[in-house]
Design a binder for this molecule. Structure first.
Ligand code: IMP
Length: 191
């Protein structure tokens, strides 16, 4: 275990099994339509990499990246699109792949944005859901796990860009934050 980790919330094995279950449902639902998996950078890359390899159906992938709504550069409180899709999704079956849905704001903006592009269908697969923190209502079609109202890292999720490479989802020791590695500037996310 990483020395900064206080507790492992989800082991690599638990995640592997659950991602397989999600893939089974997704494969059944999309057996007649080729989905475009849209990964939300950076956090969703690990989940997307595992999910796509567990899906035995034709599919394509693409990525979007948003600014954090906590950034001082986005004082409007709105997220901004930093990287857009690299091909048109008009008429396509888009499945958004998210690492975690917290307040729901990022996903809300993404769904609004994709909704204007005349996609055939639009759905969401999120590995983690923190429903207690929701500020806007978002519909999640496939959810891996519900997590408590705590800041989690690993399996793609970071604190100041670190810990994304942990194979499990974990809570950090309080001294990690005391060392100055604060959760994102978004005050909502401070613990
Ligand atoms: P939302 O817009 O509040 O739903 O948050 C979405 C993004 O915030 C996620 O895609 C993550 O990048 C980040 N985030 C939210 N909660 C956590 C957490 O507990 N650990 C790491 N990143 C998080």
């Amino acid at each position: 275990m990483h020395p900064d980790v206080r507790e492992v919330l989800l082991t690599a094995e638990q995640i592997r099994i659950r991602v397989g279950e999600m893939a089974e449902r997704i494969a059944a639902d999309y057996r007649d339509r080729e989905p475009v998996l849209v990964g939300v950078l950076d956090g969703a890359i690990v989940f997307l990499a595992d999910l796509m390899r567990a899906l035995p159906i034709p599919l394509r992938i693409d990525f979007v990246k948003w600014s954090s709504y906590g950034d001082s550069s986005t004082s409007s409180g709105e997220v901004q699109l930093l990287k857009d899709l690299s091909f048109s999704v008009e008429g396509k079956h888009v499945l958004v792949v998210e690492d975690i849905v917290d307040t729901g704001l990022t996903l809300h903006y993404l769904m609004e944005n994709l909704g204007t592009r005349e996609v055939a269908t639009l759905a969401v697969a999120a590995l983690l859901d923190k429903p207690s923190r929701r500020r806007v209502k978002v519909k999640l079609d496939y959810v891996g796990f519900e997590v408590p109202d705590e800041f989690v890292v690993g399996y793609g999720l970071d604190l100041a860009q670190r810990y994304r490479n942990l194979a499990y989802v974990a809570l950090l020791k309080p001294e990690v934050y005391r060392r100055g590695m604060e959760p994102p500037m978004n005050t909502d996310k401070r613990r």
